[in-house]
Design a protein. Structure first.
Length: 364
């Protein structure tokens, strides 16, 4: 746990103790808890806490507050190693999700959501940094695609268990949250104890650096955060609130997303490497324009559940091209700045008052 080892010396380690294996373990551990929480969330808050569109907007607003606080990572890595910080954040995420069902009130759900979100955002910030430090520039797109596929595979297992056993075994929210969160905590503890502390070839800078010439990258991160909130907050809630999807039905829809992601994520990595980040992002954003226009049509024109589910799947597929932004950051000519800025949560901070009031007006 306290033994340090330069990245250049990892060839002497067995494969299961190398940095790449650690990245794959963490990539699998996080979705076990977070994806399960996401799959059950909309049904849980509607059935247990009687949430409406405004409430779910505020929940995700609270969930994104730690996104602003992710800059605190810079202060923390002055006193704690990044690798340790990322794993501890993963433990916090799993532990908070494990006890989610213990607090079935608005205040309780918001509190637990805040804790799990701190774990999630700090883990994601550090994890992206470790990926960029440990992976070579040329291999990064392909490995990032495989890491995405590994996370999807772990989520597939979680969703598959829910779909097959939720009704058959009469599962409840408390049991599912405890098992998924507990598994994440156990894997994180293994990662903390079984691996040495890997030293990157370049020392990490412990300060915030903004460069005017990288304004486009910052804008891409900002808009990606806002767009992500529409998918997370609106789309899933729509399937439950408008079309009455049950837990196993929502999870089955997630399964389709995951199967597509497992198959397409490595291909997306190859596509970004071949066609370039600009073309990949243009393709993603043009596709998303159509997806979000179709979301509006579901409410304004009464389009049916098949089209709504199709847009949901397409949205998720397009999101896989987000690895192009990591590739852009990797190519910036600042080798020592390895913390990519987190996706902006402003989309969800602005979201409740403007969007949810409109959403409720449409729903009547």
């Amino acid at each position: 746990m306290f033994h340090t080892l330069p990245i250049s010396a990892v060839a002497n380690l067995p494969r299961w103790r190398r940095p790449l294996t650690l990245l794959f373990l963490m990539a699998a551990a996080m979705p076990l808890a977070f994806a399960t929480w996401s799959a059950l969330l909309n049904n849980f808050v509607i059935e247990v806490a009687q949430f409406d569109g405004l409430d779910i907007g505020w929940l995700h607003t609270v969930r994104e507050i730690p996104g602003f606080l992710a800059v605190g990572v810079i202060a923390l890595i002055m006193v704690i190693r990044e690798q340790v910080l990322g794993i501890v954040a993963l433990i916090l995420l799993g532990a908070a999700i494990a006890i989610t069902a213990w607090f079935p009130s608005m205040a309780g759900i918001l509190t637990i959501t805040m804790l799990s979100s701190i774990g999630f955002h700090y883990y994601e910030t550090v994890n992206q940094s470790l990926q960029l430090q440990w992976l070579g520039k040329e291999e990064a797109p392909k490995i990032l695609g495989w890491l995405m596929a590994a996370g999807s595979a772990a989520t597939l297992v979680a969703y598959g268990v829910i779909v097959l056993t939720w009704e058959a075994l009469g599962l409840n929210y408390n049991l599912v949250y405890q098992v998924s969160g507990g598994l994440t905590v156990l894997i994180a503890l293994f990662c903390l104890l079984a691996y040495p502390q890997f030293e990157a070839p370049h020392k990490q800078l412990n300060k915030i650096i903004l460069r005017r010439r990288y304004w486009l990258y910052y804008c891409l991160q900002f808009t990606a955060g806002a767009r992500r909130q529409i998918f997370v907050v609106f789309a899933g809630f729509m399937m439950v609130e408008k079309f009455g999807f049950q837990v196993h039905e929502v999870t089955a829809l997630y399964l389709i997303n995951l199967l597509a992601n497992i198959i397409l994520a490595p291909l997306m990595g190859h596509a970004v490497a071949r066609w370039g980040e600009r073309n990949a992002l243009i393709f993603e954003y043009v596709g998303l324009i159509g997806v979000f226009l179709a979301y509006g049509g579901v409410y304004y024109f009464g389009w049916g559940v098949v089209l709504a589910a199709t847009q949901y799947i397409l949205d998720h597929i397009f999101f896989g091209l987000a690895l192009a932004r990591k590739r852009i950051f990797k190519k910036l000519p600042i080798p020592l700045i390895l913390h990519p800025p987190p996706q902006s949560p402003l989309g969800s901070i602005i979201f409740p008052r403007c969007f949810c009031q409109r959403y409720l007006a449409i729903c009547g």
